[in-house]
Design a protein around this ligand. Structure first.
Ligand SMILES: C[S@@+](CC[C@H](N)C(=O)[O-])C[C@H]1O[C@@H](n2cnc3c(N)ncnc32)[C@H](O)[C@@H]1O
Length: 386
């Protein structure tokens, strides 16, 4: 058995769900399903009112219907089997209605009302994701800050946390929601235990992963297979060296030319030795050699990323012989050298590895003696292809 497989650890004790399926955000907070046509008519009638008092009265009536469906004499909640429906998140809708009620002028009230009407009638998304910008308030679980403190991994579904050195599912999850649309293709050049592909299946994205270690790749395949494929997407794990794997042939097989998101979570040089294979980035003899190898992976994979799309690099720094090695920034430089646009550097807290857990005091002592700080973070760096 290879070292990489020996490194698989059973962390099932940490199985706590932090993030629910973000895709279903509008449904996790309690939603109200309206008859779309009737709701639009109702909102239009309110909008015709030029008497602020009567306008607000109608808004109060709508709030009453939401809070007590029995009072729905307008039939807003009557679902017609052949008609169109719209589900709105209850708390967001109530807050929008309150905003209208609190408006000091008729003009302001109508401004909020129009915004609500647009959100009901239209869908406005960007080129890179499915977030409906007209209802952006409903996506409050999508992180937009650059400091991520996530202390629990999502180990629901097929995520088992068995692989030492994997990333928490929330990372690919967040990346896919922000930077892909349903049906897009994601390439992970260091797929390890398959975390990215499991998330692909959950979110309806197609995924290709490359992994050097055949035993790890095999185990990942089994794990990914266990995740229910409710969106009918394609996922594939290729065993190979990401520096040289013929990505074009893989894409040809799926009749695509490019992918819409590239994820890389390489070894943080030799912090964890994944194998003894000299093709493994964790066996690089020096930082320079690691960066050279990493650059080769970038050169091999990035030509297949669609223009205007994103490349997420997940990496941490290392400490060696009394010196902090800024591996993250060195690696970032490798990508920037190749003409990519840096969009964000996210600093994410670092989960304690099993090795370091229970050794907190020893590390603190070492830090005080050695004049350094204990690693508690890693980076998610985001680049855009120009
Ligand atoms: C940090 S882990 C990735 C973990 C993954 N994100 C997950 O959640 O399981 C890095 C992986 O890269 C693999 N690896 C190292 N060198 C490689 C190479 N040249 N080509 C492909 N995979 C490689 C290692 O075997 C290891 O599984």
């Amino acid at each position: 058995m290879s070292k990489g497989v020996k490194a698989m650890k059973d962390n099932k004790d940490k199985q706590t769900t932090l993030f629910k399926n973000l895709e279903s955000v509008p449904f996790t907070y309690g939603t109200i399903i309206f008859n779309k046509e009737k709701l639009i008519c109702f909102l239009e009638r309110i909008n015709d009112q030029n008497n602020p008092f009567l306008l607000k009265n109608k808004i109060v009536a709508l709030k009453e219907i939401i809070n007590s469906p029995k009072s729905d004499r307008e039939g807003l909640l009557n679902i017609d089997p052949n008609g169109d429906t719209i589900s709105l998140r209850r708390d967001v809708l109530i807050s929008e209605l309150n905003q209208i009620l609190e408006a000091r002028t008729l003009e302001r009230a109508k401004y909020y009302l129009n915004r609500l009407e647009n959100g009901v009638q239209e869908v406005k998304t960007s080129k890179v994701n499915d977030i409906n910008l007209l209802r952006w308030k409903e996506y409050d679980e999508i992180i937009t800050d650059s400091l991520w403190i996530l202390d629990k991994r999502d180990s629901s579904g097929a995520h088992l946390a068995w692989y030492w050195g994997n990333f928490i599912p929330q990372i690919p999850h967040q990346m896919m929601l922000r930077y892909t649309k349903k049906g897009d293709w994601v390439l992970d050049a260091f797929v390890g235990s398959g975390t990215t592909l499991i998330e692909c299946k959950r979110l309806g994205r197609n995924g290709i992963g490359v992994e050097l270690n055949p035993e790890v790749g095999q185990k990942a395949k089994e794990l990914v297979k266990k995740e229910y494929n409710k969106h009918g997407v394609t996922t594939e794990i290729i065993t190979g060296d990401s520096r040289t794997t013929d990505i074009k042939t893989i894409l040809d097989k799926h009749e695509i030319e490019q992918v819409q998101l590239l994820i890389m979570h390489p070894p943080y040089h030799d912090i964890i030795k994944f194998s003894k294979d000299e093709k493994d980035l964790s066996t690089a003899k020096s930082t320079d050699e690691f960066l050279k190898m990493f650059g080769e992976v970038v050169d091999n994979a990035t030509p297949f990323l669609e223009k205007g799309r994103y490349f997420a690099l997940v990496i941490g720094d290392k400490y060696s012989k009394g010196e902090w090695i800024p591996l993250g920034f060195y690696s970032m430089q490798e990508v920037l050298k190749r003409g990519y646009l840096l969009k964000s550097i996210i600093v994410k807290n670092f989960e304690e590895t099993r090795g370091k857990r229970n050794k907190g005091e020893l590390w603190r002592y070492r830090a005080l003696v050695g004049g350094f700080y204990i690693f508690k973070h890693e980076y998610v760096m985001l680049f855009k292809k120009k």
